[in-house]
Write a protein that binds this ligand. Structure first.
Ligand code: 3PG
Length: 396
């Protein structure tokens, strides 16, 4: 042995990843010390033993000896333990912290899905009575921006340190986020919530097609194969949807496309930036709000909003205001939690969580709004959702 250098175990843990709310990236912030759920697959460096620099022959001999010794040790230890049962069965600190981490992620996921379901319900209730998707989209971004500005002012959340470069790289992300958000809301104003989310489960297909034909990336055959159930399932669900509406369908498709570009821009722009998931989403909301407001005024406008609000208030009563507040606040909260969970999990876990979220939204909205569903329509949705699971696995 010439030298010996002790290394820490390091792992990259999905911080520079895409979130495809799919996956939008939360910037690379730090190297994370194990324990990590991403041990193995996402680890770039994983050195938990001393690093020795030796000659090849010496290394080979030493490795053989070491393996033999380890095998013997492990056998002896096992036998002794089996015979005497004298070793206390205690959880190691690593196992405990891993368990705590899983509980934390479980809480994030449950909160994310619950908030998302609540948002979708209030959003649809508002859109049924007050069909102005451009304004409701603007209000959700405004509520999020306000919540975060107050949180920063009161020091509930740490104010992010940003520069002009940060905002420049965020701009294309915000444009895509704005388009995706408005398009999804327009879709939901025209069709059942469940239908919008079934079509939105087809986002991976857009991701692969854009990456293949615009960015020239290639994927293993299993990824392309997983698109068959996604496209087939979405197609079947669309063809058999009882309340099909072309604007609603196209809105969901545009949302998918926009979110794919949002992910691509995020991936390119945010590498190496040090803003937490929560603050990243806050900045994204603020910039999107600035982009969206003039368009919302141009497309719908205060006059039509005032008339529409009067009508909605006469039909629903003053609680329409609470519904609007709820859809705006819950939109921000579910997004914030999803971005926060991205700080903890890999893109694969996020992607699976997002698919599960769609299932909760589809099922709960069908129950709450009594959406008529034909068996063939449900089959299409199930095939599409299954396809997104297969895609997640194949992509990994
Ligand atoms: C939006 O309004 O931004 C969309 O409804 C987002 O939907 P998702 O978070 O389920 O992709």
């Amino acid at each position: 042995m010439i030298s010996s250098l002790k290394q820490s175990t390091l792992a990259f843990n999905g911080h520079n990843i895409l979130r495809s709310r799919s996956l939008v990236p939360v910037p690379t912030r730090h190297l994370q010390f194990l324990p990590s759920a991403n041990t193995g697959r996402n680890s770039i460096v994983s050195l938990s033993k001393p690093l020795h620099v030796v000659s090849p022959e010496a290394f080979s001999n030493s490795l053989k000896k070491s393996l033999k010794h380890e095998k013997e040790q492990s056998l002896i230890k096992c036998k002794a333990y089996e015979a005497e049962k004298s070793e206390p069965i205690s959880e190691s600190p690593v196992t405990k912290s891993e368990a705590a981490r899983r509980v934390k992620i479980g809480i994030y996921f449950a909160t994310w899905w619950a908030l998302n379901v609540i948002f979708n319900i209030y959003n649809k209730k508002v859109l049924n009575a007050f069909p102005f998707p451009w304004l409701t989209s603007t209000l959700s971004l405004a509520a999020g921006s306000l919540i975060m500005l107050i949180s920063w002012a009161l020091r509930i959340a740490e104010t992010p340190k940003t520069d002009l470069d940060f905002w420049k790289t965020l701009f294309p992300v915000a444009v895509a986020h704005t388009i995706g958000h408005v398009a999804a809301t327009v879709s939901m104003s025209k069709v059942a919530v469940s239908f919008t989310h079934i079509i939105k489960s087809g986002e991976p297909a857009f991701s692969v097609l854009v990456s293949r034909f615009i960015l020239g990336e290639t994927f293993p055959p299993s990824v392309y194969l997983s698109l068959v159930p996604i496209i087939g399932g979405c197609g079947l669900a669309a063809l058999t949807e009882l309340n099909f509406n072309m604007t609603g369908f196209i809105g969901a498709m545009i949302s998918n496309l926009a979110f794919v570009f949002r992910n691509i821009f995020s991936k390119r722009g945010m590498k190496g930036k040090s803003v937490s998931g929560m603050n990243y989403y806050a900045c994204l909301s603020m910039l999107s709000l600035l982009i969206l407001t003039p368009f919302a005024i141009a497309v719908e406008g205060p006059l039509i909003w005032a008339l529409g609000f009067k009508e909605a208030r006469s039909q629903i009563g003053p609680q329409i205001i609470w519904w609007m507040a709820a859809q705006s606040v819950f939109y921000h909260l579910y997004n914030q939690v999803s971005y926060m969970s991205l700080d903890e999990i890999s893109p694969l876990t996020f992607s699976i969580g997002n698919t599960m979220k769609r299932i909760s939204v589809i099922v709960s909205s069908i129950i709450i709004f009594h959406t008529p569903v034909q068996p063939i329509n449900a089959l299409g949705a199930a095939i599409a959702i299954l396809g997104t699971f297969l895609y997640s696995q194949a992509k990994q």
